[in-house]
Design a protein around this ligand. Sequence first.
Ligand SMILES: *Cc1c(COP(=O)(O)O)cnc(C)c1O
Length: 222
Amino acid sequence: MDIAKNISEIKQNLPEGVRLVAVSKTKPNEDILAAYEVGQRIFGENKVQDLVRKYEELPKDIEWHFIGHPQTNKVKYIAPFISLIHGTDSIKLLKTINKEGAKNNRKIKCLLQFHIAEESTKFGLSEQEAVELLSSDEFAQFENVEIAGVMGMATYTDDTNQIRNEFRSLKQIFTTLKNKFFAESDSFCEISMGMSGDYPLAIDEGSTLIRVGSHIFGERNY
Ligand SMILES: *Cc1c(COP(=O)(O)O)cnc(C)c1O
């Protein structure tokens, strides 16, 4: 894989207002540095242990994003430095993030993850669940989390119409929540959607953060 070339090609076609999260999970430091050298600064990981090690070993101006669901007992390891957690979908997890944010004297930015795909999974909220969460007294007490937007994953399918509709539904949820809870807040502004197989569609449908891994770094060997 020519990592530098892949990054440059993606970046050339990114409209204003859309940022690239280079998903470097399972990939070695050399690969991350190859992307860093052509100006990439946002990287996404989904294992706390790998993320902490890479944070320690790599340049400090990298903006690290956690793109999955951190286990609550591991949030403390990323709380000092994480820029954005993409996969929050429960009050319990937000409560832990809030607690660790307070210990580190910072507000931790999080995205609410929604279940927009047809595939069943235990992850992701419905719009109704999000409304309940955001209206709850418990949530109102959280001073060290900042909800910065929404995140979702489309169904893994060749049916581009279906993918488009799922992305559209996430954009719709974003707009509803924005109007209902965050009309006064500039910080609720992110729609994290689009991966290697579907990011051009996601951009068409209003993504602000695409999360691209294999298209940059090659297939992952787990
Ligand atoms: C792995 C992963 C990605 C990147 O997937 P690719 O298909 O390799 O681009 C994006 N988002 C999440 C949540 C992931 O876990």
